[in-house]
Design a protein around this ligand. Sequence first.
Ligand SMILES: Cc1ncc(COP(=O)(O)O)c(C=O)c1O
Length: 451
Amino acid sequence: MQRISRLGHNRGEVVGPRSRDEFQRSLKITPGGSMRAAPFFAPHPPYAVSGAGCWITDADGSKVFDCENNFFSLVHGHAFPPVIEALHNVLDDGTAFGLPTTSETRLAEAITTRSPKLEQVRFTSSGTEAVMFAVKAARAIRGRPMIAKFEGAYHGAYDYVEVSLDSAPNNWGDSSPNSVLYASGTPPSTAADVLVLPYNEPKSCRELIRKHHERLAAILLDPVASRVGMVPIEADLREVIQDCCNRYGTLLVIDEVVSYRVGFHGAHATFGFEPDLVALGKIIGGGLPVGAVAGPASHMAIFDHTKGKPAVSHGGTFSANPLSMTAGLAALQAYTKDAVARLNQMGDTLRSEAIEQLRRRELPAQVTGMSSLFRLHLKAEVVRNYRTSFPSALQKAALAKVHRAMLERGFLMTPNCSGALSTPMSETDIQDLAAALVDAVQEVWKQSPWD
Ligand SMILES: Cc1ncc(COP(=O)(O)O)c(C=O)c1O
């Protein structure tokens, strides 16, 4: 397969006429012509028609090599045969029941077997719900109203966890970050119950947690948060967080909706955390909608409905639907220790190749990430957290150009130039991806330097 011009369109054209027509039609029936904000990029993305392995075919018959994998959820790429086969086997039996199914127990067992610290599981239909229920559970368990989260971190759409998701130099404050509301109309009182912590600044974090610990139910942490810069948590901060949780009885809630993939036993095990609750999603659904809250049975008892109204009620019409459960089990079974190790190795190769080539060409850019996750930053200074990753206006515009330049080369990344590898990828694909990324950065740098 040729590396350059994988798309069938003329070079410089990343969207064909059928996608253009479809977008015009879509503009009439949904705001901005897009059902989700995240995949949108100007003028509009191509429409996907089918996927197989690493490739997506669009409405105009062109193929793109997918490094986005539906926002990191498809660890085996598209139409993974074991998932498709498992779904075919159950599809004729019905899609959702107001009764439990054995498939939910099987997937929960697969998760608890991989991660012994997670003794019990409750499924949801999305990561947003998983985080929301984990936060509600933590507040109920501790009887405290406040949560702490890291500046810039994305944890889904619950009001509280959106605080300081996109704070900026004009409002983020000093080393004790302001709690900045995200969506217009969010009740201002929300900010009063969210402590915002600066990532990889252990001294400030310890001081802030100490100051607020009496009201603090939980610390919500994604140890490789994409929007915080996709930088793995540093050892000093990890120790401070675990120590403060032990000292003050604050619960540690780990958001592994994305980062579960970094290790066979999950991110909490990779980083050596003792989690009180973990939020899961994405890859545990095998490409179908999913989320889960998991943790020790003593904490999960907060959801127990058998003795009357539970402390925290948890429902969801499509929670634990058998299709998501079946697809998730097939995907997890194939994400073996060997598969995890191979994918992690390919991620290391991608990052080190790209970083080395960027350095050799003296381009002010770097690639962060961990395991099979990566993110490009158009910055020379080391990215350690949200503030050091925060792009200037020029850098933001240049990132959009790199994203487009990658599409012209036939590679799809997220609009902020991050991505996740999938198991059907080969070593050659990784070399091609690294080369394309550096090429795209160089092309944009020559046209419109950002430094
Ligand atoms: C770290 C993290 N937490 C939670 C979520 C929310 O998951 P979902 O989109 O399934 O609601 C996401 C989604 O991208 C995420 O990246």
